[in-house]
Design a protein around this ligand. Structure first.
Ligand SMILES: Cc1cc2nc3c(=O)[nH]c(=O)nc-3n(C[C@H](O)[C@H](O)[C@H](O)COP(=O)(O)OP(=O)(O)OC[C@H]3O[C@@H](n4cnc5c(N)ncnc54)[C@H](O)[C@@H]3O)c2cc1C
Length: 181
């Protein structure tokens, strides 16, 4: 369990499953009963509210996955997916021939992400990666490849599959040739 700067379990640095295990043991840092308040046993009736983190909820007593209510604070998985969506899409729509201002903006985005990403350890890794591999802001293709390789660096660290960076614009801008998206 990764703790936040106040020494409390950090939602933004852990999966909902890990967070709720600790919160359920009274470790939420928000007082007793916070676990029940933060994650009702049943989701609200309408709409059927699930979020991107619904794939990583805690288990019900029967061992079944329970949907996470939409308005729970995000865990690291949801923040990560949302942030990657923004970064890869921003790269995919970056100019082919960027102006000096565009290039400075993209460099600043990476620096700022390394300071403001809510998971501190993740932010530190990003800053270290960017120092060792400075972002190539010279074109849409180059920055898309840079984010892809940076994401793969995280994937490898987490034991996830490596993404084929030749397909990054298909994934984040053009869609597959078969028209399925
Ligand atoms: C900057 C940053 C640093 C992070 N650091 C950590 C960390 O240190 N520890 C940690 O536990 N979590 C970290 N995360 C979160 C982690 O990367 C995932 O977002 C999270 O685990 C959810 O993973 P996922 O399997 O749903 O897919 P994600 O990794 O979130 O990927 C979302 C989608 O992106 C596509 N994709 C996958 N790889 C690539 C790629 N290389 N290029 C382009 N598209 C790709 C796939 O279609 C995938 O479904 C970080 C997130 C960010 C944005």
């Amino acid at each position: 369990m990764i703790l936040d700067a106040d020494g409390k379990p950090c939602r933004a640095c852990n999966s909902m499953t890990d967070f709720m295990k600790t919160a359920g043991a009274g470790g939420s840092g928000s007082g007793s009963g916070a676990a029940a308040g933060a994650r009702p046993a049943t989701p609200p009736p309408s709409p059927p509210a699930t979020s991107a983190s619904a794939a990583s909820p805690g288990a019900t007593p029967a061992g079944e996955a329970a949907p996470v209510p939409l308005e729970c604070p995000p865990d690291l998985l949801e923040i990560g997916r949302g942030t990657w969506t923004f970064l890869h899409t921003a790269a995919a729509y970056y100019p082919k021939d960027p102006s000096p201002q565009h290039r400075a903006d993209m460099t600043n985005l990476v620096s700022i992400l390394g300071r403001l990403f809510p998971c501190g350890d993740c932010a530190s890794h990003l800053t270290e990666y960017a120092a060792a591999h400075p972002p190539d802001t010279s074109s849409r293709t180059s920055i898309s490849q840079w984010f892809c390789e940076m994401h793969n660096d995280v994937n490898v660290r987490l034991g996830k599959p490596v993404f084929d960076c030749a397909r990054v614009l298909e994934r984040w801008r053009d869609g597959p040739a078969d028209g399925s998206c």
